[in-house]
Design a protein around this ligand. Sequence first.
Ligand code: FNR
Length: 355
Amino acid sequence: MTRAERKRQHINHALSTGQKRETGLDDITFVHVSLPDLALEQVDISTKIGELSSSSPIFINAMTGGGGQLTYEINKSLARAARQAGIPLAVGSQMSALKDPSERVSYEIVRKENPNGLIFANLGSEATADHAKEAVDMIGADALQIHLNVIQEIVMPEGDRSFSGALNRIEQICSQVSVPVIVKEVGFGMSKESAGKLYEAGAAAVDIGGYGGTNFSKIENLRRQRQITFFDSWGISTAASLAEIRSSFPASTMIASGGLQDALDVAKAIALGASCTGMAGHFLKALTDSGEEGLLEEIQLILEELKMIMTVLGARTISDLQKAPLVIKGETHHWLTERGIDTSSYSVRLKPKTL
Ligand code: FNR
């Protein structure tokens, strides 16, 4: 099977396996505020992703390119919706275009349709610093995502079987490319130990790519004769990943993704410490079901609903939302407790006022 055919299968299987609400975000509850002292029009949702400024805390996460006309059309629509909504967009892995230059157009279309927007290049951790520079140049990228997808590769019939040297290559890339490097998971989550190594290697941000949304073990299992279903439930949920990384690295930049479907998921992810949030599967489904206009409308509604949530919480800025108190229950509470994290750092955030 060619790489291009595999890309097309990923899109179809991602849509058919869909998104399960297993992100742990249902274990998170905001503490209701009766006196928010704020008007919706005062809310400012602009954010910083490390040194990058974005007018939106939501972006379209990496999906595609390199699969001929279908992926060209998808990237074209994603780029147009991103431009109109004013949100950043990541392309899918560009390795196919580095191997086969005829696939470059399926990525270049993104910059053509969205000349001034924030665009993230994307490669896997097998990439070298030279690959990274070429991928960034190909689309005039503002940042580079390096994805870590060990579980996907091991379940993929034709996938990689050696994962040696990835951290070293990431370190080289971080020191040699001219744009910030975001290291991301793809739906299996990230531990504080892994995040620590990546920050130390020079990653400007980690995107925790948590468990609970698009599931690449299920997707690759659909491409196998003998299924390895035990990897279908493998990973660290989005909520648990965010909370455990934030507790160890309070000052480092963290991006949330993995199963985010609506404004409340986004708000909770930010309150757990993310400065920006990515959605892949949910936006792919919106595009497939309702076309480019439907996708644009969905993005705009989520941004508007996020402002509503911020208003009722009295959070004028993203930085205020990052400090909103929340209570963590259930499996996420259990996970965090077992990992030595005191969840009251989230529930008791306000300095007590003297009456
Ligand atoms: C992806 N994802 C992905 N990630 C990446 O870094 N490079 C890639 O090429 C791809 N390809 C890809 C194809 C398709 C069809 C989907 C749906 C997703 C992973 C994506 O960026 C994200 O990390 C996961 O999908 C989890 O987020 P969601 O989908 O639950 O929001």
